[in-house]
Write a protein that binds this ligand. Structure first.
Ligand code: 3PG
Length: 210
């Protein structure tokens, strides 16, 4: 998938589910639950030991779901994610080694940024979009607008503290392609294997943003 195709898909769905999985057995039912709620994408975070196997399971069993890796901090994790089938890579910070590895393997990379310096680093790789993280804690839309005024070519994916309360505020700004968030796949619902509950959260988010 090219970066343009990835951004096109994000622009369509508007909310990228950020997923934390402790048990690989939950990966496929969760991905199906997201897709049933019209959010056929999963950013599976490398915060748990189950991340790489979960990506592999989703990539092999859910062809309609775009699966990527989040919280990718270094080259080694990036390699494991891409080998498992990750179609995109997201990180909380900007990383040269992740950028080089992902771009070198033709996989879209969305680095976390929150300062002009972070963004300048990302622009060295001609990245058209960055994650703005942690969005709410770093000033939310006000800060994104200030950053966008000096980086007019850049698009943003705010993540961190996005919810049903503020999602449309973010999406109302044309430099924002989509948001990321865990609220559509809450940890307690994953732990309870409440797949119908997750589908409902996704469908609500979809209906609110479309
Ligand atoms: C992330 O992993 O990108 C963030 O932790 C998501 O933040 P949220 O839980 O506030 O959506």
């Amino acid at each position: 998938m090219t970066t343009e195709e990835f951004m096109g898909k994000l622009a369509e769905i508007k909310v990228c589910p950020v997923v934390v999985l402790d048990d690989v057995a939950d990966a496929v039912p969760l991905a199906k639950a997201l897709a049933a709620g019209k959010l056929p994408m999963a950013e599976v975070t490398f915060r748990t030991a189950a991340a790489a196997d979960s990506i592999k399971a989703i990539a092999e069993n859910c062809p309609d779901v775009i699966v990527g890796a989040g919280t990718v901090l270094d080259r080694e994790q990036c390699a494991r994610a891409i080998n498992a089938g990750a179609q995109f890579i997201v990180s909380p910070s900007f990383s040269d080694e992740v950028a080089q590895y992902a771009i070198g393997h033709g996989v879209p990379y969305c680095p976390g940024t929150c300062t002009p310096t972070d963004i300048t680093n990302a622009l060295r790789y001609n990245l058209p979009m960055v994650k703005f993280f942690p969005a709410a804690a770093y000033g939310g839309l006000k800060t994104i607008k200030a950053l966008a005024s000096v980086f007019p070519q850049l698009k943003f994916m705010p993540t961190g503290g996005v919810s049903t309360e503020n999602v449309n505020e973010y999406l109302g700004f044309d430099k924002i392609v989509c948001v990321g968030g865990t609220w559509v796949c809450k940890k307690d619902k994953v732990n309870a294997k409440d797949w119908a509950g997750i589908t409902k959260l996704c469908q609500e988010a979809y209906d609110l943003t479309h």
